[in-house]
Write a protein that binds this ligand. Structure first.
Ligand code: ARG
Length: 455
């Protein structure tokens, strides 16, 4: 491509470090889309003839078909996807191919291709997030009043419902979807026409190519156009936070499916056995979702470090932007699909969860609240009395709701048998009817709102 200036071939090592076709071949579809829009604009603006444009469009169409059918010859000799497509176009249509690169550089070309790829990835992710949310909603709806222990510090804290727990993730994945939507809106400007870095002397129409490629507008600064990778960083940030959420629910599935918890079961479809221990049923898919989180956070770090300290405009360092992006979205998309599969597969053991919900003195706060409401004790004092009741019940090997009334009255003489009404897990959960609380009617109201939003 630069034979005019150079007379010798590059060293083999130069070739080895420079070549990117091994990974940027994944930009082939985007590269062709961009070239088609560019060629149409060149013809409309009178920079190439209508005949040449027709040949170019036809050739690009054939290349797209070759790529589709797996017949396209990806060749290392042509370094990257842009040069591979151009070289193939030359083979197919002859010298007219050489006119396609008028008023364009690989710098704005690659910025465009990756932006289109990331935009598509954001759209796929949005669809997968929606599927996962709908799956979580179905579990929440089926178990909106199923009791389970709510934890803090992974210690039993207060009874909640399984539906409430599922809905927490619906909220989290809803924020993830919003982050991808924000990133998508901000990235939706076209770098095409920035050319190498300074724009071009040719009479191009950047509005037209932007519009043809589904962008809101062209980017307003050509230096920024070729050097910006914020769109990828933002998408990777959103992907990282989303993976953190996936990792948290994955961890809960790992915990819940242990015989010790036994809160949910996964079927054969989402578990594996052990080659040596016949009793085992391992939640590998959940563990792998948890495990893949590191790759995605690593991708964000990798690209951030690549971009940090790069002078304007383009630097070849930026060729390192692609692999982390591809790898991160591969991991994210597979994780989202696997998680939706696991959530749908999950069978909650509602009896076991309900029993656990009442264990561990989980209604001690309800006792303290009762003392405040009925006896007008200051909360700190009520907390002390409830703590003493827990200590006594623990000493006697009883649950709080089994502690005889005389024992309560020894701690606070004004306590009446009424107190037992608030000491069950069911009453406890039902009482937390503040907005966003765990009471089944609150959970059901949030489910209804989300169903509307996701329709
Ligand atoms: N393969 C290159 C990349 O991925 C394309 C841009 C090359 N530009 C250049 N001036 N060498 O970044």
């Amino acid at each position: 491509m630069w034979g005019g200036r150079f007379s010798e071939r590059p060293d083999e090592l130069m070739q080895a470090i420079n070549v990117s076709i091994g990974f940027d071949r994944r930009l082939a579809a985007q590269d062709i889309l961009g070239s088609k829009a560019h060629a149409a604009m060149l013809a409309r603006q009178g920079m190439i003839s209508r005949d040449d444009e027709a040949r170019i469009q036809e050739g690009l169409g054939r290349i797209a078909a070759e790529i589709e059918s797996g017949e396209f010859p990806f060749r290392e000799a042509f370094e990257d996807i842009h040069m591979n497509v151009e070289a193939r176009l030359t083979e197919l249509i002859g010298p007219a191919a050489g006119r396609l690169h008028t008023a364009r550089s690989r710098n704005d070309q690659v910025a465009l291709d990756l932006r289109l790829w990331v935009r598509d990835a954001c759209d796929r992710t949005a669809a997968q997030l929606r599927t996962l949310q709908i799956t979580l909603l179905a579990q929440a709806e089926a178990h909106s009043d199923a009791l389970m222990p709510g934890f803090t510090h992974l210690q039993p804290a207060q009874p909640v419902t399984f539906g409430h727990h599922m809905m927490a993730y619906v909220e989290m994945f809803g924020r993830d979807a919003a982050r991808f939507a924000d990133a998508r809106a901000r990235m939706n400007e076209s770098p095409l026409g920035s050319a190498a870095l300074a724009g071009t002397a040719f009479p191009i129409d950047r509005q037209a190519t932007a519009k043809a490629l589904g962008f809101e507008r062209p980017m307003a600064n050509s230096l920024d156009g070729v050097s910006d990778r914020d769109f990828a960083l933002e998408a990777l940030s959103a992907a990282s936070i989303c993976m953190i959420h996936l990792s948290r629910i994955a961890e809960e599935i790992v915990l819940w499916t242990t015989p010790q918890f036994g809160f949910v079961a996964l079927s054969d479809a989402f578990t594996t056995g052990s080659s040596i221990m016949p009793q085992k049923r391992n939640p590998d898919a959940a563990e792998l979702v948890r495990g893949k989180t590191g790759r995605v956070l690593g991708a964000l770090t990798s690209l951030a470090v690549t971009m940090k300290g790069l002078p304007l405009a383009y630097g070849k360092d930026m060729q390192e932007d692609k692999e982390p992006v591809f790898d991160a979205f591969d991991a994210l998309e597979l994780s989202l699909k696997a998680m939706a599969g696991m959530v749908a597969d999950m069978k909650p053991d509602t009896e076991r969860m309900a029993a656990a919900a009442g264990a561990g003195f989980s209604t001690a706060t309800d006792l303290a609240d009762w003392l405040v409401r009925k006896l007008d004790l200051p909360f700190r004092e009520a907390h002390h009395v409830a703590g003493a009741a827990v200590k006594r019940a623990e000493g006697l090997g009883l649950g709080l709701d089994e502690l005889p009334i005389e024992e309560f009255q020894r701690l606070e003489p004004r306590i009446t048998a009424d107190v037992y009404q608030v000491l069950t897990a069911k009453a406890s959960a039902a009482s937390r009817s503040s907005y966003g609380g765990t009471a089944p009617e609150q959970v059901q109201a949030r489910i209804a709102q989300w169903k509307e939003r996701l329709r």
